[in-house]
Design a binder for this molecule. Structure first.
Ligand code: FDP
Length: 278
């Protein structure tokens, strides 16, 4: 497992350099979700694949940027699902973006997730590893990730990050979001799930939601690459992640790119979601 984490660190340092200095333009390619890929999406995906190829315990990888799984080492035991550069369309306006990794053993169900890792490329580069606990590291001048602190959510937070297009929300969802704001929560939403979820984790708690809507009835965010890893992080930090009804980590996708509605937060906010959706 340590070898996988070291490969993620090497990838993060290379992706950080690409974000800082490479062309931010679009390529000619369209990925399996239908998004036109940025040159940086393709480069980040290649960097990660190159680094993971050196790690023999990885059996296969599945990237948000590719339609199908890529076998790596027949003797390997882990499958890694990853989003190489989440929120990449925010790079041209110089907002934070991230990479997300889920390390699975025995298939890509939420219950098979062993470790989740994400990297935030912001004013600083930070790495978060969730195993038994959730640990925050920061890149120093010598290209080392230095331990900063454990991340633990409070019982109730103050931030609200409501995703998707409001005109497509169900009335009950709108009523819940309005009620949360009426209770004094502050809006924090950049449009990049990595920095938005990271902010809630570091500021002690709150709610991030990406619900089922009239335009995306099964939600937008992908289980294997985005939702399961963050559900794992939130649970290990003492919070919760549900799809409105069920625990996210009990879900089992039938296709690598399956999506789900999702709600991440501390206990108090997730309890509100349960009451709204029950
Ligand atoms: P993006 O499409 O820009 O890559 O992964 C999808 C994602 O970003 C998340 O990072 C983000 O939370 C979400 O989409 C934002 O979607 P909305 O603009 O629909 O709220």
């Amino acid at each position: 497992m340590n070898e996988i984490i070291e490969a993620i660190k090497r990838s993060a340092i290379r992706i950080k350099e690409a974000i800082e200095f490479d062309d931010t333009g679009y390529s000619e390619n369209i990925n399996s979700t239908g998004d036109t890929q940025l040159k940086l999406d393709i480069k980040s995906d290649l960097i990660i694949e190159e680094e993971f190829k050196k790690v023999v315990c990885i059996k296969e990888i599945v990237s948000e940027e590719k339609e199908t799984k890529t076998p790596l080492h027949a003797e390997g035991i882990y499958g890694v699902g990853y989003d190489p550069l989440d929120g990449s369309s925010l790079i041209d306006v110089n907002l934070s973006v991230g990479s997300i990794f889920g390390i699975y053993e025995g298939g890509y169900a939420g219950s098979n997730l062993k470790v989740a890792v994400y990297v935030v490329y912001g004013p600083r580069v930070e790495l978060v590893i969730a195993q038994d606990s959730v640990k925050l590291y920061r890149l120093n001048k010598k290209d080392e990730f230095v331990y900063i602190q454990d991340i633990v959510l409070k019982e109730k937070g103050k931030l609200n990050a409501p995703g998707s297009t409001q005109m497509c929300w169900e009335p009950k969802h709108k009523a819940m979001i309005d009620a949360i704001f009426a209770d004094g929560y502050r809006l924090r939403y950049s449009g990049g799930m990595v920095p938005d979820l990271h902010q809630i984790l570091l500021k002690g708690g709150g709610l991030f939601s990406y619900p089922a809507t009239s335009d995306v009835p099964k939600g937008k965010l992908r289980m294997i690459f985005e939702v399961f890893p963050f559900a794992f992080v939130y649970e290990k930090a003492g919070g919760e992640a549900i799809d409105g009804h069920n625990r996210i980590l009990n879900l089992n996708p039938s296709h690598p790119h399956d999506t789900t509605p999702c709600f991440f937060g501390s206990h108090a906010e997730i309890e509100r979601v349960r009451k709204c959706y029950e």
